[in-house]
Design a protein around this ligand. Sequence first.
Ligand SMILES: [Zn+2]
Length: 75
Amino acid sequence: MTNFYLDSNPKLPNHKCELHYVCPETCPNLPAIIERIQLGNLPDLKTAIHIARRKFYNQAHLIKECSHCSNAPSH
Ligand SMILES: [Zn+2]
């Protein structure tokens, strides 16, 4: 199990046109604690994205998996 985060808050008006990326706590692209939203301790990235899209259903189409974490073979 890993802690997953959303890298920005979709409810903030200044982020309305941006994409929001889901990352595990090990991601080097994660922003500071105050700028990210904890999604919980989850089994994988796919589950984390599902949780994030359900939580912010109005912006679900803007929520993506972190390209670094989904493409990198390993750290
Ligand atoms: Zn990442």
